[in-house]
Design a protein around this ligand. Structure first.
Ligand SMILES: Nc1nc2c(ncn2[C@@H]2O[C@H](COP(=O)(O)OP(=O)(O)O)[C@@H](O)[C@H]2O)c(=O)[nH]1
Ligand SMILES: [Mg+2]
Ligand SMILES: [Zn+2]
Length: 430
């Protein structure tokens, strides 16, 4: 260091604030990497499929940001503007791509900052049927009040996915085929739903993913050690559940996988030969494995509670309604009593949670009768906010051959969804 420097210290100006895009991160839904936005490059949509894209046809993030004049914009504003950038050569839209796996992350840009509901559950828990039934239910709930509320699915692929499962269930009366899990092509398909309420003057999107149960259970072995299982979640597409934009978890409990239930109640035969060679995953173990994974990712201690909201959601409620189980019927009646109010309660920004809380209490009673309240207790030990609900995607027990005999009339499927929607959009955090 020179003496002159010592004698004449430069006035130290406050460090210039970096451009917001330099500090922004974005998630790749293919390889599950968190990317630095300013390292992301853009190609033109036109040249996307052409085998040899010239390197100089690529635009840097800096160039794209400069083009749309978004230098000082942050967050969603920045993303919205970036989506409008075009390639100077062929004037086609720009496709951002992941610098780790080279695949398009356009969808990541689309849903940036949108809260995500993470669905978790083993194979056959009922996640795919739930996704279709939920979309059907939301359509039915809003159909006759279009001047009050409009629900729009996005992006295009998500809309196609939602509509195709709904078509299967509602029009073909066919149970959708099990979700494939491909370790190589493990992309997540975000299904976004934007809810625009004119009455409440709100317009907010939320995203759900229907992911294969294998993502939580791959490589399961009778002797499986916990750490290996936790690291498998980390490698699979299920790892997104630890991302910041996940506003809540819905843990789908399959009654067929609960020995407490199957020893006490005679469950109807499964709808297909999925049961052959079907490994039953302990629901409690799955819950703990997910909790360990989240703690690891968030740097929490073993005895710390995860600051997340989780809903323990018993699927296939129709089975117990069919058997005339009083606790199930009481739950259904409680649901019928509040169903008209739920949507308004979910859309209003006040602290009114009464209908949801009532249903939670009825669900807890049902859990006790069924002998699975230990799942709730376990979840309470791991998470700061736990609620229970029960749902039926079909509203009746299906036949063995994957065909639904009666019309689909989902029961309470909107409850977990609306709970998280309200929670994600409330003004103040408690
Ligand atoms: N009784 C009944 N069975 C259901 C319901 N939802 C799903 N199932 C059954 O559970 C099986 C697995 O459902 P699926 O949604 O594919 O589970 P996923 O693996 O979690 O996506 C289906 O083949 C159905 O037979 C429901 O609401 N009631
Ligand atoms: Mg599935
Ligand atoms: Zn990637």
């Amino acid at each position: 260091m020179s003496i002159f420097h010592w004698n004449r210290p430069k006035p130290s100006p406050a460090a210039p604030k970096p451009d917001p895009f330099r500090t922004t991160h974005i998630y790749c839904y293919y390889c599950n990497s968190v990317l630095e936005l300013d390292r992301v490059k853009f190609r033109s949509m036109e040249s996307w499929d052409k085998a040899a894209t010239e390197a100089n046809d690529e635009l840097s993030c800096e160039q794209a940001v400069a083009q749309v004049g978004a230098r000082s914009d942050e967050g969603s504003e920045l993303m919205k503007k970036l989506l409008k950038a075009i390639h100077p050569k062929d004037k086609s839209r720009l496709v951002p791509f992941c610098y780790k796996c080279s695949r398009s992350i356009r969808v990541s840009l689309d849903i940036w900052g949108t809260p995500v509901i993470a669905m978790v559950g083993g194979p056959s828990a009922g996640k795919t049927c739930y996704t279709g039934a939920l979309w059907h239910q939301l359509i039915c709930m809003t159909e006759n009040r279009p001047e009050q509320i409009v629900m729009t699915p996005f992006p295009a692929e998500g809309m196609t996915y939602l509509n195709s499962i709904r078509d299967d269930l509602v029009f073909k009366r066919q149970i959708p085929i099990p979700t494939k899990f491909d370790l190589k092509e493990k992309k997540l398909q975000p299904c976004g739903i934007n809810i625009h309420s004119y009455t409440h003057n709100t317009n907010k999107p939320i995203v759900i993913y229907d992911i294969a149960g294998d993502a939580f259970t791959v490589g399961e072995s009778a002797t499986g050690d916990d750490l290996a299982q936790v690291s498998r979640i980390a490698q699979s597409c299920a790892s997104y559940i630890s991302e910041d934009n996940v506003c809540g978890i819905v843990f789908m409990v399959d009654p067929y996988a609960c020995p407490e239930i199957s020893t006490k109640y005679k469950l109807p035969p499964l709808t297909d030969n999925q049961s052959q060679g079907r490994v039953v995953f302990s629901q409690g173990e799955l819950l703990l494995r997910m909790a360990s994974f989240l703690k690891l990712k968030q740097g929490l201690g073993l005895s710390d509670k995860i600051p997340r909201s989780i809903i323990i959601s018993l699927t296939k409620l129709d089975i117990f309604l069919n058997q005339g189980l009083a606790a199930a019927i009481n739950y259904r009646e409680a649901y019928e009593d509040v169903r008209e109010k739920l949507l308004d309660e979910a859309l209003s920004s006040n602290l009114e949670w009464q209908s949801f809380e009532e249903l939670h209490l009825f669900a807890l009673k049902l859990f006790r009768v069924l002998g699975i309240q230990n799942l709730y207790d376990q979840a309470k030990e791991q998470f700061t906010d736990v609620h229970c609900f029960a749902i039926s995607s079909f509203g009746h027990v299906p036949m063995w051959n994957r065909i639904l005999i009666e019309e689909v009339k989902p029961q309470a499927v909107e409850v977990p969804f609306l709970w998280h929607y309200k929670r994600a959009n409330r003004k103040e955090l408690t």
